[in-house]
Design a protein around this ligand. Sequence first.
Ligand code: ATP
Ligand code: MG
Length: 250
Amino acid sequence: MTGEYVPENHPRTESLRIRHAIIDGLKNNVVAEAGLIAHGRGEALDYLIGEKTNPFAIKAIEAAAALLLLAKHPVFSVNGNIAALVPDETIDLSKAVPLALEINLFYRTREREEAIAQVFTSRGVSEDSLLGIALDKRTEIDEITHNRRIVDNRGINVADVVFVPLEDGDRTEALVSRGQKVVTIDLNPLSRTAQKSHITIVDNLVRAMPILVNKVNQLSSNSKEQLEKIISDYDNDLILKEAEKAIRSI
Ligand code: ATP
Ligand code: MG
C-alpha cells in the first residue's frame, strides 16, 4: 500500500491511504473502474458502523474461521480490490487455513488477470498455485450468466466453502444454489451478497482480514466438534440484524 500523497498528520490518514491504494491499483490495472465505485460505497457504510470492528463482525469472523478450518476444499475468490488492499493478509490466510487462491473477475481481461497474478507472484506465491489463470483449466458455472461464470475446475468449481469478499449478489446466489457454503466480507449488510451468504462479516476488509488470520491460527488446534459447535451456535440472520441496527441507530 503506498501513501505518498497522504500527509501523516491528516485526521483521516488511514482512510486516505486506503483510498490511494485503490487508485494505485486502478493505475496498475489491478482494480477495475467499478472497483472505485464499490470502494466509495464501502467508505460511506464504514462511517455508519463507526469505522471499527463491531461485535457482530467479531462473531462472524469466528464462525468464518471455524468453517474454513472444517472445509475439505476451501477456495478464496480474489478480485482487484482485494489484491490492492490486502494482498499480504490474503496470502497469510491461504497459508493459515490452508486454502487455494483463485483469481475471479467480473471485469475480466487478460491484462487484469496478469496484473493481479503479479501482485501475488511478486510476494512469493508460485504461479502454478494461483488458480483462475490457466486457460485449459477453465470451466463455466451454468447458474451464472456473466463473466464470473468462468471458474477454475480445480478451485471454485469443486470447492465446498468459497470465501468471496466484496462479491456481487448474483454469484453469491449461484454458489449457494449449487450447495456451496459462502463466506463474505461486505460493509453493506443489506446487499444481496450479505443477505445470501452463510456467513457475512460486516466490516472493512482492511480491518477484518488480519483478525480472521489470527482467529484461524487461534482455532486451528480446536477439535472438529468444537469447531462444529461454533458454527451451529452461529446465526447469520441475527448478525445481519445487529449490523443493520447499528447503522440505523446512529
Ligand atoms: P449486491 O450484493 O446487492 O449485488 P453491490 O452491487 O453493492 O451489492 P458489489 O458492487 O458487487 O455489490 O460489491 C461491492 C460491495 O463491497 C459493496 O456492498 C460495498 O459496500 C462493499 N465494500 C467495498 N469496499 C469494501 C471494503 N474495503 N471492505 C468491505 N466491504 C467493502
Ligand atoms: Mg452487485
